[in-house]
Design a protein around this ligand. Structure first.
Ligand SMILES: Cc1ncc(COP(=O)(O)O)c(C=O)c1O
Length: 375
């Protein structure tokens, strides 16, 4: 190397789309808040986790498996695949596993979108990963306008479809808004999307929604009519296994085959696979978790008028509130009281907070803290 070579900085070397990217901001960890504010006993209602934790059956299965941690997991996740295929009544080859369904989102974009050419479509206030992963892949992210409830407006979404649209992401219900597509809206979407675009219905909160609303559709009921349909599911929410990182996609065998070509080897860990299988078997835990979320949302919505906030309807395990003032102040006030929620400014919602539903006790504490901050 010649002596006058000027060394280049990473900032000069990195791809433009990565230089301009803002990293995903997760909810603040409890320990960090306690350290910063000098308190103990803080509660985190910021990441839509299950406050009941994993099923005891999943904990037992994880404990049994940990002694085999020197072994690579089964990359094809044979037993988990079989259990899920039975549960959904589908061919096991239609499943693709990810380290959380975040990874399946990434695989879909990598497999189907040509950088610098294709577009990924969703709507305003959609799950933020769709945007981040599209931009990381150097594709254009297109956002449609939303309904009054900040939900997906199918007509507005369809109006944004172009020849470059390869993937359309709709979370049902959506995070952070809690809004959902009803049966008629989903049918309209699926019937009108042109065949060059793959529709991805992200059902990370499916089990909560299924209990809450009779008009909430299951996207796989339409798989026969639309082969280019992918459904996303996860063990991170109602199954209480966010720390295990297990998610999956349900799609056609052909799509699954392509995604599996770029799936990292052993992407779903050994303990996660076994914990997920055990969690599936504990339907009582799932029912309890759904009921807790329902009653927590109802509680927040019933006290909202008295608190002077607007609480949006939600079919998830969280809800969005509009505090009608800069939400950062309210967020900071809640933090000082040891309650961690999620400010929505990164979504462009400067007066909104998202609150994950905790235990009954945590819900009471959060409402009390809100009352004190807002008064
Ligand atoms: C709508 C939605 N989709 C997908 C995910 C990703 O879940 P995971 O990667 O933990 O499976 C989340 C997590 O918050 C979500 O809210």
């Amino acid at each position: 190397m010649s002596s006058n070579t000027v060394s280049q900085t990473p900032s000069e070397l990195v791809r433009d789309n990565i230089r301009n990217l803002k990293a995903y901001q997760p909810g603040k960890p409890i320990e960090e808040v306690e350290r910063e504010i000098g308190i103990t006993g803080a509660i985190k209602l910021a990441s839509n986790e299950n406050p009941l934790g994993p099923s005891p059956l999943a904990i037992e299965a994880a404990a049994k498996t940990i002694g085999d941690s020197h072994l690579y997991p089964d990359g094809a996740a044979y037993y988990l695949r079989r259990d899920l295929a039975d549960m959904h009544g589908i061919d096991p080859e239609r499943l693709v596993f990810g380290s959380g369904c975040n990874e399946v989102i990434q695989m879909l974009i990598s497999a189907f979108c040509v950088p610098g050419r294709d577009q990924v479509l969703s709507h305003k206030y959609a799950f933020i990963s769709y945007r981040l992963q599209t931009l990381a892949h150097d594709c254009e992210f297109v956002e449609a306008d939303v309904t009054e409830n900040l939900g997906c407006d199918v007509d507005a979404l369809l109006a944004k479809v172009t020849e470059k649209t390869r993937l359309i992401f709709v979370a049902n219900p959506n995070n952070p808004t809690g809004a959902h597509l009803d049966r008629k809206s989903l049918e309209k979407l699926l019937a009108n999307v042109p065949s060059h675009a793959i529709v991805v219905i992200d059902e990370a909160y499916h089990e909560y929604a299924d209990v809450a609303d009779d008009d909430y559709p299951k996207s796989q009921d339409y798989a026969q009519d639309r082969p280019l349909l992918v459904t996303l599911r996860t063990f991170s929410k109602i199954y209480g296994l966010a720390g295990m990182r297990v998610g999956y996609g349900i799609c056609s065998k052909e799509v699954a085959d392509f995604l599996n070509r770029l799936r990292r080897p052993f992407n779903v860990n050994l303990i996660g696979q076994e914990a997920a299988r055990a969690a599936l078997a504990d339907s009582a835990h799932v029912a309890r978790s759904a009921e807790l979320a329902r009653s927590g949302i109802a509680k927040f919505r019933s006290v909202a008028p008295e608190l002077g906030v607007v609480a949006y309807p939600s079919l998830g395990n969280f809800l969005l509130i509009d505090v009608k003032r800069p939400a950062q102040e309210v967020y900071d006030g809640l933090l000082r009281r040891g309650v961690i929620v999620r400010p929505m400014a990164v979504w462009g919602l400067a007066t909104h907070l998202r609150i994950s539903i905790g235990t009954e006790e945590q819900t009471e504490r959060c409402i009390g803290a809100l009352r004190s901050v807002l008064s």
